[in-house]
Design a protein around this ligand. Structure first.
Ligand SMILES: NC(=O)C1=CN([C@@H]2O[C@H](COP(=O)(O)OP(=O)(O)OC[C@H]3O[C@@H](n4cnc5c(N)ncnc54)[C@H](OP(=O)(O)O)[C@@H]3O)[C@@H](O)[C@H]2O)C=CC1
Ligand SMILES: CC(=O)N[C@@H](CCC(=O)OP(=O)(O)O)C(=O)O
Length: 345
């Protein structure tokens, strides 16, 4: 049994994660933590997130140096569902005490420290931890993943974008220096629980934002090993995210080569579903699945790939559980899927 804490328990991602950890039989949740001055301190988790009443009626504690000192020796793993800078400041302290860290923020996703002031607005001071952080795109983990002490769980848009792109870039089918355009659309839960005018329901209309400067552009480029242009869009619905990637492939690439790249990548990955038609958000919202479909124009050598996910699950919480499972040597989908029913002959 792993004793775990979740920091950021009052937020949207933290709530989904706690819901999933409650149904994981290798996990004992020992602390649910909010910010030092949180108005939620002392409330029951289920008072804030009523879906979990009767499932997780645990009181929330506030984070402090004192809490860290009293709790750290009792923990095997800690999940950060907190602002990026908080994770960047605190993850290293847990790692140095031998606690595995799963960071769902962007605090450790970019490898280059100089990118943090540019894309995140702060200087990174945990350089030892940053150097050892392992990116956790669950279907593309390296063989030595279980050795890592600090997992940078990918961003929501990068998860969908990279699931589309990596089969192609890993097989080196893309045209080098060709334009790769990623269009993404997210529901409003992508912006978190805290109220703001920009995410007020009456204000949200489908529109692009942060064009050419979104922090996910360097993350997608880094992990795809190819420069992309990323165009995020905010849309007036709650949950789910869809990316559509357009790129040119090397001349001579055939449809069979493209199909093989995707099937080879995902045929043994139960949480990525290869679809026979374009994916849609309603099929993945509230699930840990990524649905993917592509079309290749052999004459023009142009490929379009679309992936739909739930931003709070495959884009955050359920992918963190996949990484946790992998770090324990469990199947990626452990505790995330009900019994799978097939048609027997
Ligand atoms: N929303 C999404 O779709 C996705 C979000 N993420 C990332 O996950 C993280 C959480 O996002 P989300 O749940 O949406 O955000 P929310 O705003 O909904 O929740 C943020 C949580 O962090 C806590 N918190 C805020 N400041 C501090 C602090 N200084 N110290 C400790 N805890 C703090 C809040 O506690 P309180 O307010 O009670 O003080 C709250 O529990 C972010 O890094 C985000 O980028 C990743 C992928 C997808
Ligand atoms: C709709 C919306 O605002 N989405 C957020 C992305 C989701 C998120 O919280 O970011 P990470 O995945 O990097 O953690 C944004 O564009 O900043």
């Amino acid at each position: 049994m792993m004793n775990v804490a979740v920091i950021g328990a009052s937020g949207y991602v933290g709530a989904e994660l706690i819901g999933l950890l409650c149904q994981h039989d290798k996990v004992s949740i020992s602390h649910l933590v909010v910010s030092e001055n949180s108005t939620s301190n002392g409330s029951l988790f289920s008072e804030l997130h009523a879906r979990w009443q009767g499932i997780c009626d645990v009181p929330l504690q506030s984070f402090s140096q004192g809490w860290f000192e009293s709790a750290v020796d009792t923990l095997d793993a800690v999940f950060f569902a907190t602002p990026h800078e908080f994770s960047a400041d605190w993850a290293q302290a847990f790692v140095e005490k031998g606690v595995k860290v799963f960071d769902l923020s962007g605090g450790f996703r970019l490898k280059e420290p100089a990118d943090y002031p540019i894309y995140y607005g702060f200087e990174h001071h945990s350089l030892r931890a940053l150097a050892q952080a392992q990116y956790g795109l669950a279907e593309w983990l390296p063989d030595n993943f279980s050795d890592t002490q600090l997992v940078a769980v990918p961003g929501c848009y990068p998860t969908a974008s990279l699931l589309s792109l990596k089969p192609i870039t890993a097989a080196e089918l893309h045209q080098e220096d060709g334009l790769i355009v990623v269009n993404g659309i997210s529901g409003v839960s992508g912006a978190g629980r805290k109220a703001s005018l920009a995410t007020n329901f009456n204000e949200v209309s489908l529109k692009p934002y942060n064009i050419l400067q979104h922090r996910h552009q360097p993350e997608i480029s880094q992990e795809a090993a190819a420069q992309v242009i990323f165009n995020p869009h905010l849309a007036p619905y709650k949950r789910g995210l869809l990316t559509t990637v357009t790129l040119s492939l090397k001349s001579g690439t055939t449809k069979a080569m493209v199909d093989h790249a995707f099937v080879n990548a995902y045929q043994d990955k139960p949480l990525v579903r290869i679809k026979s038609s374009w994916p849609q958000i309603d099929d993945v919202a509230h699930t840990p699945f990524a649905d993917i479909h592509w079309q290749f124009d052999e004459d023009k050598q142009v490929l379009v790939v679309s992936t739909a996910i739930d931003n709070l699950l495959k884009g955050a919480a359920s992918q963190a559980v996949q990484c946790f499972n992998a770090s324990l040597g469990l199947p990626s989908q452990y505790s995330l899927l009900p019994n799978v029913v097939g048609i027997s002959a």
